[in-house]
Write a protein that binds this ligand. Structure first.
Ligand code: PMP
Length: 398
């Protein structure tokens, strides 16, 4: 091999390395551990959905679709949002089909954040927000959820840090990113929370990016409160969702962004040049599948059964369970386990749990930029009962 020289250049994302999700999944595979780390289902999606996609391919729907997504899918998304959140988004002017939630988030940020603009995120936060803001040249202003502890000092729940959020908003704030239901904590925003957010931004020019990819995973009869259901917030928000989460097809990477015309216009300018459009047969398949509302209306019961099964098994351990009103994640405080490893930091505890106990989890500290240790880790319960049983058997030895 000739020693050719590759020119070096300053990294656009110098702080980004291998994520903890990749590290834990690799460790899980190496040690044959049950992977409750990364958030994806280990069960198949509905065959009907695959048949619809196959039918579209066989019907030769394999060329470029319209840049903004096929009409049938945008109409279906608009109807769904109107039905459950009582807000009409015009499918032509306000809805864009994206390559998953992640591309929707990056594109929205690139579309509205200019160098020097501030973007507020609330940690623990999904790992794509920060690098997306950096790529846009924006400044990330991170505030943290308040950690509520019980009498014994264990983490009991998380709360929105209203005072810090209020202090963080100023005339440079271009965007505030919220995420409900929330990854990793499972918390959900109430109607009163949305009202409070609206009060804070009313006299500002701040936009909202509302990451609602887990919108159909709320439990115990609770309701998901979307920015779409709040007219004042909807007028300044990018609403992000993902079919990967809703229909158990995380590998398909199809989602959408709904936003008022002025935001959508700028969004599409960027979308046009970072993906142009999203694969055609999946869009036809999803459009057919979406027309049956049961497919998403049944999701809370489906996942609540899994959550309750997993929770009942963990109740037999010394893990302290945090409330999980939404998402497919169960967070636990491990500080009361009667083992020396209970003193480990979260990342070391997760590595030990993977290699020695055979169950992979994700440290919640990975969702903060500055090391923040609370003794809490995240399990994903989007798994078959058999997988959860095996994991529980191992965890019950602790
Ligand atoms: N936001 C959050 C909070 C997520 O957890 C995920 C997926 N892990 C995404 C966005 C990205 O969704 P997608 O896979 O559709 O890109």
């Amino acid at each position: 091999m000739s020693p050719q020289k590759t020119p070096l250049f300053p990294s656009r994302l110098p702080k980004v390395g291998t994520t903890i999700f990749t590290v834990m999944s690799a460790l899980a595979a190496e040690h044959h551990a049950i992977n409750l780390g990364q958030g994806f289902p280990d069960f198949p999606c509905d065959r009907k959905l695959i048949e619809e996609v196959n039918a579209a391919m066989l019907a030769d729907r394999n060329q470029y679709p319209p840049m903004i997504g096929i009409t049938e899918l945008r109409n279906g998304i608009s109807k769904k949002i109107e039905r459950i959140y009582n807000h009409h988004y015009d499918p032509d002017a306000e809805i864009t089909v994206t390559a998953g939630g992640t591309q929707g988030i990056l594109t929205a940020i690139l579309a509205c954040v200019s160098p020097g603009d501030e973007v507020i995120i609330i940690e623990p936060a999904y790992d794509s927000y920060r690098p997306s803001i950096e790529l846009a040249g924006g400044k990330t202003v991170a505030i943290s959820l308040e950690v509520v502890r019980d009498e014994s000092g264990q983490v009991a729940s998380y709360e929105i840090p209203w005072d810090n959020l209020k202090k963080a908003i100023n005339s440079n704030t271009r965007l505030i990113i919220i995420n409900t239901p929330h990854n990793p904590t499972g918390m959900i925003w109430s109607k009163a929370d949305l009202d409070q957010l609206a009060d804070l931004v009313r006299d500002t020019s701040a936009l909202i990016l509302s990451d609602e990819v887990y919108e159909h995973m709320v439990y115990d009869g609770a309701k998901h409160h979307s920015v779409a259901s709040h007219p004042e917030l909807a007028a300044r928000s990018f609403l992000i969702s993902s079919f990967g989460k809703t229909y158990h097809v995380t590998g398909w990477k199809v989602g959408y962004v709904a936003a008022p015309p002025a935001l959508t216009k700028e969004f599409r300018k960027v979308h046009q040049f970072n993906v142009f459009t999203v694969n055609t047969p999946m869009q036809y398949g999803l459009a057919c599948y979406l027309s049956n509302a049961e497919h998403y209306l049944n999701l809370p019961a489906f996942y609540q059964a899994k959550r309750d099964f997993f929770k009942a098994g963990l109740d037999k351990t010394k893990f302290k369970l945090l409330p999980t009103p939404g998402t497919y994640f169960q967070c636990v405080d491990y500080s009361a386990l009667d083992i020396p490893q209970a003193k480990f930091n979260e990342a070391d505890f997760c590595k030990w749990l993977t290699t020695e106990i055979g169950v992979a989890a994700i440290p919640v500290s990975a969702f903060y930029e500055q090391s923040t240790e609370s003794g809490v880790i995240r399990f994903c319960f989007a798994k078959q009962e058999q997988t959860l049983s095996q994991a529980l058997q191992r965890l019950q030895t602790l």
